[in-house]
Design a binder for this molecule. Sequence first.
Ligand code: NDP
Length: 297
Amino acid sequence: MTSIIDGEAVAADIRDDLQGAVDDLADAGARPTLATVLMSEDPASETYVSMKQRDCEELGIGTRDVELDADAPASDLLEVVDDLNADPDVNGILVQSPVPDHVDYRDVVEAIDPEKDVDAFHPENVGRLVAGYPRYKPCTPHGIQKLLAAEGVDPEGMDATVVGRSRIVGRPMANLLSLKEDGGNATVTLCHSRTENLAEKTRSADILVVAADVPGLVDGDMVGEGAVVVDVGINRVDADTEKGYELVGDVDFESAKEKASAITPVPGGVGPMTRAMLLWNTTKAASRQHGVDVTLP
Ligand code: NDP
C-alpha cells in the first residue's frame, strides 16, 4: 500500500508543538512577532500574506502588516525594511515576492537583518546553510525534511534526486539532504532544465523531490519502485470547477502512486509544511533575539 503523506496533519502537529514554545516566550515577555511587507496588488500575494498573518494569530504570534503602493519608489521599501530591522519588537521580516519590476528583489533580501530573515534567503543565511551551520532553514525544504522524518524516512545513505535548482526550493533542498546531520547524509543528484536523461536520474532515486513548476513533469515511468516522492509543484490548470481551475503538482499523482512507497498530494502535502515552518523560524528568531531558550519541535 502506498502511503499518502498528510502534510496538513504533520503541519498541525508541528503547530501544536510550537504552541508551547510561543507561550513560554510570551510568558518571558518575548512574544514572537512577524512583520509582513506587501508591495503588490496581485490578489494571490494578498491572499498569501493574509494566510501567513492568520497562521501567526492562531498561535499567538504577533503580526505587523505593512503595505506599500506597488508604484512607490524602491527606496520606500528599503526604508520600511530598515525601520523593521531597528524595531526590537519585530523578530521576523517577510517581504512578499514578487516585488514590482522596478524593485531589485536582491537589494531587498540583502537589506533584511539576517537575524530577522525568517525566509532564510539572505546570502549570509544561505552561506551558513551551505557551510553546514544554518541559522534558519528555508521554509519549504525544511518542511520537507520534517515531513520525511514524520513519515519515518531517514535519508542517511539513500539516493536522493531533486528536480529544480531554484534558490528557494531545489538548491537548499539538495544542500539540506547532503548535510552531515540528522535529516541529511543522503547522496544527492540535483537536476534542472539542462539535465540530460532526467528519467534515469529520477528513477534511481530512493527519495525524489520535484520542484520544477511544470505540471505533471514526472510520471510513474520516471519513479523507481518503492521511492518516496515529494511533489512541491503548485500549478493552476484550467478545469471544469467552480473556480475554473484546479491545483496540480509537478508529479502525475495517479501513475506515480502506483510505484511510490509514499507520496505527497497536491494540495495538502508540502504547502501546509511551508506555512508551519515560517512560524517555526519566527519562534526561533524571537528565542535568539531575546535570549530565551525554548524547545522547538
Ligand atoms: P522556479 O521556476 O524558480 O524553478 C524551477 C526549476 O525547475 C528550475 O531550476 C528549472 O531549471 C527546473 N526545471 C524546469 N523545467 C524543467 C524540466 N523540464 N526538467 C528539469 N528541470 C526543470 O520554481 P520554484 O523552485 O520557485 O518552484 C517550483 C514549484 O514549486 C512551483 O510550482 C511553485 O509554485 C512550487 N512551490 C511550492 C511551494 C510549497 O510550499 N508547496 C513553495 C515554493 C514553490 P533551470 O534552473 O535550468 O531553469
